[in-house]
Ligand binder design. Structure first.
Ligand code: GMT
Length: 380
């Protein structure tokens, strides 16, 4: 198949998932065309079946807000027609679903039929999309999608609750390449972070409010009062300066390392003992899944789709949002019980295998086939 993928190219989970999906489809022989305003972060190697089309958004003195959506739809039209694409798969509803709808209408006028699939990822539904500034367009363009997917049961249910959706939403979970994220011994790296054999706690995110990064520091402070431990903070975003101040005020700077955005996440996961994800909401929690593949148990909130991924007592522990006392108590319980840590490690890996890339990609391929058959039947 010739597939166009539209996503945010940044470090957000939706862009990471879309890029990994495109790479996996290309490995299976499909021709994949990424249409984005920047090279996606995980699209970092040449592949014969992968093409990258950059969306250019020219400025003009009249524009206080350059019309990105128009530029994106026009680029989609260009790529669809010049590469004879079979379908478009857009990730994150805003504004990708409405731009895909427009592109589909434009190429239809030129006799080209192309279906588009929208994958809902999380905040496009639960935070931004619900806002009345966007809701009518989001509802319309989701309903106009030829197929819709959500990354967890929770996100599917939230979508039906928040919008008047008239179609089936297919749940296709996030996935992980368990071979790439497998745990490896990296003694030099581990030693550099924890020279005295301290345990290592890890948090990875884009430091947005929804991630509740201050809770990570509060949990760490409670654990640090009881035992020597280190905290690795990976990623960057609007809340980072506040977190740095908080670390200074709590006198924790010596034990917290801010390592910024990292591409080799698998190495960071490999040297960590626990992954901390206290989010206000998480449709799925892709970073937690990648940690589990590296045998890192997860201490998380029980918000959104997290309990579908992090199984209480098997792969880690979940607690109500904001209950930093419970989360810290769970960290201490695990760090003080080697047998429990080993059991949770094995549980985390077993759970990650359920979401193995090889189990999930065929679900997307099957959906593509069904959608193309539907488009063909409509045209007869
Ligand atoms: O908010 C983020 O962390 C980024 C966001 C995105 O859409 O880029 O991530 C969402 O999509 C991921 C991939 O499907 C999910 O694993 C994340 O749970 C989800 N984030 C939220 O729901 C907050």
């Amino acid at each position: 198949m010739r597939i166009g993928i539209v996503c945010y190219p940044t470090y957000g989970g939706s862009g990471v998932l879309a890029t990994e999906l495109g790479k996996a489809l290309a490995d299976k022989g499909h021709q994949v065309h990424f249409i984005t305003y920047q090279q996606p972060v995980r699209l970092n190697a040449f592949h014969a079946n992968i093409y990258y089309h950059e969306v250019q958004v020219p400025t003009y003195p009249l524009f206080d807000f350059p019309p990105y959506e128009s530029a994106l739809s026009s680029t989609m039209v260009d790529v669809i027609l010049n590469n004879n694409l079979d379908l478009l798969h857009v990730h994150y509803a805003i504004p990708h679903a409405s731009t895909a709808y427009l592109a589909k209408q434009i190429v239809a006028k030129q006799g080209k039929r192309i279906p588009f699939i929208t994958t809902l990822h999380g905040t496009d539904i639960t935070l931004v999309g619900k806002d009345k500034t966007y809701a009518p367009v989001v509802t319309f363009s989701i309903n106009e999608s030829d197929a819709i997917t959500a990354v967890s049961d929770n996100l599917r249910d939230e979508t039906y609750k928040s919008f008047r959706i008239e179609k089936d939403i297919n749940v296709i979970y996030n996935f992980v390449d368990t071979h790439r994220f497998r745990r490896r011994e990296l003694p030099h790296f581990r030693n550099a972070i924890a020279p005295n054999g301290e345990k290592i706690m890890l948090h990875v995110s884009n430091f947005r409010k929804v991630k509740r990064v201050p809770d990570v520091v509060s949990i760490f402070r409670r654990v640090r009062e009881q035992m020597p431990v280190k905290l690795l903070l990976v990623g960057d975003g609007p809340d980072r300066p506040g977190i740095e101040s908080m670390a200074r005020e709590c006198n924790l700077c010596g034990d917290i390392r801010f390592v910024g955005k990292q591409e080799q996440l698998e190495d960071v996961m490999s040297i960590s003992d626990l992954f901390i994800l206290p989010s206000e909401y998480e449709s799925f929690g892709l970073a937690a899944l990648e940690a589990m593949a590296a045998q890192v148990p997860v201490i998380s909130s029980n918000a959104g789709g997290l309990p579908e991924v992090n199984i209480n007592g098997q792969t880690g522990y979940t607690s109500p949002v904001g209950d930093v006392d419970a989360m810290a108590a769970n960290v201490l319980r695990i760090f003080n019980d080697t047998a429990m840590l080993e059991r949770l490690r094995a549980g985390a890996l077993a759970q990650a295998q359920r979401f193995h890339i090889d189990n999930i990609i065929p679900q997307y391929e099957a959906l593509y086939e069904r959608t193309l058959e539907g488009t063909l039947a409509e045209s007869l």
